[in-house]
Design a protein around this ligand. Structure first.
Ligand code: PLP
Length: 417
């Protein structure tokens, strides 16, 4: 059946080395190549089993190959795949209704990634401010160590200069302030600011929760100056913290919210949601993307939302979170020379490494991987735990057991001074 594909395309076997041969070297992937997965279980090319506590970076929240999502996607794949923006489609209309009914928002724009959702949010904020106040109101305020994506605009708005080096000239009129610093925000958010963009928990920047009061203060400064408050919930959203979106835990409502990652459970989709008034700064022709709100992606996201936005599902996320935090607190107490205090919310948890292990979070995740546990880092000093939200208590116990073995092996191989 694949004879044509095999002979017409390539017959060469693919391995990890193929990556170094033919892919643009934007990543340094692990030595093992995953080939199959189900729930939190994953197998590599050699048939070795891993427990996945990464969820593809907080994406596959319902587990790999979730049968309900596979069924919905398969049925849609046999119905209609793509139409283009000259036509709307039923799945995207249902998804728009579901997302606006579930949140503060009145309107949704769909795209394909988190970066694109933020690009749309920033463009919308500029357009809104230009129309309402004039072109002088163009400045964007963002936080140091934030991450908002890799397009030139979003990477410039992001607060990690290592990601913009060499890409100059960068878009102007972007101002960075330290995260969780209310006085810096007060000073920066003047009348020339069109938007303040913030992650309610900084994910890539080290899993750093916004302080109570900080997001509230940003809300107040935005209200005082007419700037729009954008919450980037690409990582914190869609149930990850135990609420549908983390703003609901924080009691602060943004003007624009961006979502992606878990929204598609691995099928690419991004969303920017906002109020009716702000949405009207865009008109037909202002912004768009070919695949945005494609029936396949919209069907997947609709089913993801239907499964995650249930009180019992979200309550279980909080329960699993408490269990994971308890395990990590005990781990830190048992290995104070290796770990600081766990932080984060729900099942987005950061565990800083300390002392001689500073800068070596990756070494510990590598040791864990060798023992069959996949983990993330968030910078060189923080281990990051983002298991699927359907993680069981037994899987949390198993991750703890493997992680302890990994730490023991690292302690035994640590360079002695
Ligand atoms: C991952 C991430 C993005 C970028 O999303 P992509 O889908 O990779 O473009 C933006 N913001 C935050 C907070 C993220 O975690």
């Amino acid at each position: 059946m694949n004879a044509k594909l095999d002979t017409g395309v390539t017959t060469r076997p693919v391995t990890r080395e193929t990556f170094d041969e033919v892919l643009v070297p934007t990543y340094a992937p692990a030595a093992m190549v995953p080939v199959r997965a189900s729930g939190l279980d994953l197998w590599d090319q050699n048939g070795k089993h891993y427990l996945d506590f990464t969820s593809g970076i907080a994406v596959t929240s319902l587990g790999h190959c979730n049968p309900v999502i596979v069924d919905a996607l398969t049925r849609q794949a046999n119905t209609v795949w793509h139409l283009g923006n000259g036509y709307t489609n039923e799945p995207v209309l249902r998804l728009g209704l579901a997302l606006t009914e579930a949140t503060f928002a009145d309107r949704a724009f769909f795209c394909n990634s988190g970066a694109e959702a933020n690009e749309g949010a920033l463009k919308l904020a500029r357009k809104y401010a230009h129309a309402k106040f004039g072109p002088h109101k163009s400045r964007i305020v963002s936080c140091l160590s934030s991450f908002h994506g890799r397009t030139l605009f979003t990477v410039s708005v992001g607060g990690q200069s290592k990601y913009t080096e060499g890409f100059e000239p960068l878009p102007p009129d972007i101002h960075h302030i330290p995260y969780n610093d209310i006085e810096a925000a007060r000073a920066a958010i003047g009348d020339d600011v069109c938007a303040v963009i913030v992650e309610p928990i900084q994910g890539e920047g080290g899993v750093i929760p916004g302080d109570p009061g900080y997001l509230q203060a940003l809300r107040e400064f935005c209200d005082n100056t007419g700037a729009l408050l954008i919450f980037d919930e690409v990582q914190s959203g869609v149930g990850r913290t135990g609420s549908l979106y983390h703003y609901m835990d924080k009691g602060v409502t943004p003007d624009i919210l961006t979502s992606a990652k878990a929204l598609g459970n691995g099928y690419p989709i991004g969303a920017m949601i906002t109020t009716d008034e702000i949405a009207h700064a865009f008109a037909p022709g202002s912004h768009g993307t070919t695949y945005g709100g494609n029936p396949l992606a919209a069907t997947v996201a609709l089913n993801v939302l239907a499964m995650i936005n249930q009180p019992a599902f979200l309550a279980r996320v909080k329960e699993a979170s408490a269990k994971l935090f308890a395990k990590l607190t005990k781990l830190s107490a048992d290995y104070p020379q290796v770990f600081g205090q766990a932080r984060g919310a729900g099942l987005l948890v950061g565990l800083p490494v300390t002392g001689e292990f500073k800068g070596r979070a990756k070494d510990i995740t590598k040791a864990a991987e060798a023992l069959g546990l996949m983990l993330l880092i968030a910078g060189p000093d923080v281990m990051r735990f983002a298991p699927a939200l359907v993680v069981s208590d037994a899987q949390i116990d198993e991750a703890d057991r493997i992680l302890r073995a990994a730490v023991e092996s690292e302690l035994n191989t640590a360079p002695s001074k």
